[in-house]
Design a protein around this ligand. Structure first.
Ligand SMILES: NC(=O)c1ccc[n+]([C@@H]2O[C@H](COP(=O)([O-])OP(=O)(O)OC[C@H]3O[C@@H](n4cnc5c(N)ncnc54)[C@H](OP(=O)(O)O)[C@@H]3O)[C@@H](O)[C@H]2O)c1
Length: 282
């Protein structure tokens, strides 16, 4: 498995398995298949309501904890300093783990500047190895950079060939922040998967269109963790390390018209205010 190096010197596996919109039952069925297929990187969140199942599936797999890279994320209700200290411990308790490899602030609302101190303390206490942000726009990332003693190691935002984030990458050049892409395959959008450029390159390289997109992510330096319940797709999404797209092919993919699937609003949408009872796992 290829890794990228974060700005704290630690490695992050380039491809992982995301469990967004998976019930605990689905996690218990499919995460073991993903671990069997060779995944070592798992992306969950408080707001996915499936952390207990993620922890259970990992423990019963027999895979040693230190071989895995586990990410979770806190929602804005957890950002006020004291709440953040408590909710980091509760995240670890739900997962049944002594530490997570990466903890993110999931949404750019509320007291994220104050909460960042609690995130840094969790790193110093060994509860979290790396910390980062998700869905934050540049001006809010800058607010964190202005106060950070430990800089965000990762930024998780929407990235796919229809939204390549080149502008934000240019703005953050020099920070060493690794980009992670959500909706890496367009959340299963047929229009993306059936773009003629992917079908043509798939024929050329003997791969599927999804694998061409996965390879594009790798060469763009994006960490991705597609969600799939299909064991064939799990294997396919890891089978991208034996070929390389040429520069002109990368450029052709990067010339696709750009538009995000989801525009992160400036003000918190209603669902952000209601996701707070994590004792209730899906
Ligand atoms: N931070 C955030 O706000 C945020 C937001 C959204 C997502 N995420 C993270 O990003 C992860 C991925 O996002 P996502 O799950 O919504 O979107 P995605 O991975 O882009 O798309 C998932 C869809 O792609 C299909 N798929 C997967 N592999 C395929 C393959 N090889 N060939 C054809 N189809 C394939 C899956 O269907 P099958 O089951 O049939 O394979 C599923 O319908 C999430 O699980 C989560 O960890 C984070």
């Amino acid at each position: 498995m290829q890794s990228f190096i974060m700005n704290n010197g630690l490695k992050i596996p380039a491809v992982g398995y995301g469990v967004f919109q998976m019930t605990s039952k689905e996690v218990l069925e499919h995460l073991p298949q993903a671990l069997d297929a060779g995944y070592t990187h798992i992306d969950t969140a408080n707001a996915y309501f499936n952390e207990v199942a993620v922890g259970q599936a990992i423990r019963s797999s027999g895979v040693a904890r230190e071989r895995l890279f586990v990410t979770s994320k806190l929602f804005p209700q957890s950002y006020p300093y004291k709440q953040c200290v408590k909710d980091i411990d509760e995240t670890l308790a739900r997962l049944g783990m002594d530490y997570v490899d990466l903890l993110l602030f999931h949404q750019p609302y509320g007291e994220y500047v104050e909460g960042w101190k609690a995130m840094e303390e969790a790193v110093r206490a060994g509860k979290v190895r790396s910390i980062g942000l998700s869905n934050f726009p540049m001006h809010k990332i800058q607010e964190i950079l202005d106060v950070a003693e430990i800089r965000p190691a990762v930024l998780q935002v929407e990235i796919n060939p229809y939204w390549n984030q080149h502008e934000l990458k240019r703005q953050l050049a020099g920070t060493g922040i690794v980009f992670e892409g959500w909706y890496p395959l367009g959340h299963g959008d047929r229009a993306l998967l059936e773009e003629p450029v992917f079908a043509r390159l798939a024929r050329k390289y003997g791969k599927t269109s999804a694998q061409i997109i996965m390879r594009w992510h790798l060469q763009e330096g994006n960490v991705v963790f597609p969600k799939t319940l299909n064991p064939r797709h799990m294997k396919d999404n890891l089978d991208i390390f034996d070929f390389a797209l040429e520069d002109e092919e990368m450029a052709e993919i990067n010339s696709l018209p750009q538009r995000p699937y989801y525009q992160v609003p400036d003000e918190p949408p209603a669902f952000v205010l209601t996701h707070n009872d994590y004792s209730r796992q899906a």
